[in-house]
Design a protein around this ligand. Structure first.
Ligand code: ACO
Length: 424
């Protein structure tokens, strides 16, 4: 198939068809408005391909997710987060020398400028860590304003290295503890956990079970093609805004409860059910009731309509971590009961509403001792290399144009201004 036919107002138009490397078909409407005067309408962009991209492939029907062609299952089992970040950002798996160089840079650029520590003083101790993360990431530009075209962009390294420090400082700020500096002898995941959980008065060794769980969590969140936050990064980046500004916008998009904020919302929902007598069936009925806005957080996905491969990996991981840590938590019991319902209830089955990655990641973060308001920050740390890879791909695309959708206007037609004293 190389073209599609469109009949509009009795006229026939031929539209080119683009086929991707995995055989997905796109009708190219780039010239539609010029040819026909019409635009397409696709609220929520469920049928719109906004770009061509080499980074991530998803098949929602078959539950496939691959980064640069490599299945997520293989990456979660064999790779480290820095290795996956390199793969996403630079387009290939690093060799030993490249990985060692990359790791070293991610370590040696971890500290934030001492002056930036003062920014934290201005935030309220009740500030949501996502607000702090997005502000601090945008503020990095004030320290590193130079933009680099071509070659290795030091801003990419700085952002990857410093984001974990900012995230951990945001947490320390919220509990009133002193900031813990990063250490050069620790890996990426260990360093983050060390900055989160160490205190100056005691020795702290990162438990291996936590390091390993965090590594997998970060890998599973590292990219997901044109989701809400990545599309935001690309839209902002399309105006040629700098890396820090574009990623900061992505962080804000991720914050919402229908996107990355869902993992926090899952735990809040479980707490609500627990506090209301653990009657989970009542909440299942609420989720099914069309007159009730309650949604079962952590269920459903725009793309995965069969199963979410990340959720399958995390479900196993959550079981292992809970067993290894010997955790017996009533919230996790409620979560298991809800999962059971989703897999068997007709309402959920008919609508393909399965537990998504956020359902299990929330449970896992809780078991790891990460507080609920940090969950979305954890997601942001994982998604960072994906956002950077998309921003870089866009900036290196010679045909990239500013993103500027059209609309179908449904407001009032022309009418005259009425002076104040003559209005009803
Ligand atoms: N609980 C109850 N019913 C639901 C849920 C839910 N979580 N999700 C969807 N439905 C129902 C809808 O009411 C609708 O029913 P209808 O056909 O009878 O009207 C049907 O399922 C389809 O739902 P849509 O909202 O059209 O699905 P959409 O693809 O637009 O939304 C979304 C996907 C946003 C993820 C949705 O399922 C949802 O709100 N889930 C809860 C929030 C969540 O977990 N978000 C995390 C997503 S994953 C991520 O960001 C990493």
């Amino acid at each position: 198939m190389s073209s599609a036919k469109l009949t509009l107002n009795g006229e026939e138009y031929e539209l080119p068809v683009v086929v991707g490397s995995e055989g997905e078909t796109g009708v190219d409407i780039t010239r539609l408005r010029g040819q026909t005067g019409a635009v397409t309408l696709d609220s929520g962009y469920g049928n719109t391909g906004s770009c061509k991209s080499n980074i991530c492939f998803i098949n929602g029907e078959k539950g496939i997710l691959r980064y640069r062609g490599i299945p997520i299952e293989q990456l979660a089992e064999h790779a480290t987060f820095p290795e996956v970040s390199y793969l996403l950002i630079y387009g290939k798996l690093p060799n030993a020398a490249e990985l060692s160089d990359f790791r070293e840079k991610l370590t040696y650029h971890s500290m934030i400028h001492e002056d930036m520590k003062k920014f934290f003083e201005g935030f309220s101790h009740t500030a949501h860590p996502m607000a702090i993360l997005s502000s601090m990431v945008a503020s990095l530009q004030t320290y590193y304003p130079e933009e680099v075209d071509g070659g290795e962009d030091p801003n990419i390294i700085r952002l990857m290295a410093k984001a974990k420090t900012i995230a951990a400082y945001a947490y320390k700020k919220s509990i009133g503890q002193p900031f813990i500096y990063p250490r050069n002898d620790l890996s990426y995941s260990e360093n983050f956990l060390h900055m989160m959980f160490a205190v100056p008065t005691e020795e702290y060794a990162v438990p291996e079970v936590l390091r390993q769980a965090l590594n997998v969590l970060l890998i599973l969140h590292a990219d997901h093609e044109q989701n809400c936050s990545t599309s935001t990064v690309r839209i902002v980046g399309s105006s040629q805004a700098n890396l820090y500004a574009s990623i900061s916008a992505g962080i804000c998009a991720l914050w919402g409860p229908l996107h990355g904020g869902a993992n926090q919302a899952v735990l809040e929902m479980l707490e609500q059910i627990r506090d209301d007598g653990a009657d989970y069936k009542k909440y299942v009925a609420k989720a099914k009731d069309k007159n009730d806005d309650f949604r079962m957080m952590g269920f459903g996905h725009r793309v995965y309509k069969n199963f979410d491969p990340r959720a399958t990996i995390l479900r196993k991981q959550a079981d292992e971590v809970l067993t290894k840590l010997g955790i017996n938590d009533p919230l996790l019991e409620i979560a298991k009961q809800l999962e059971e319902v989703a897999l068997n209830d007709e309402y959920f089955v008919q609508r393909n509403l399965y537990p998504n990655v956020d359902f299990y990641s929330g449970i896992l973060y809780r078991a790891m001792g990460i507080p609920t308001n940090m969950f979305t920050v954890m997601f942001a740390l994982g998604r960072l290399p994906g956002w950077i890879a998309h921003w870089k791909e866009l900036r290196e695309d010679p045909g990239a144009r500013i993103n500027r959708p059209r609309q179908i206007y449904t407001g009032p037609t022309e009418n005259d201004f009425v002076p104040l004293d003559q209005r009803d």
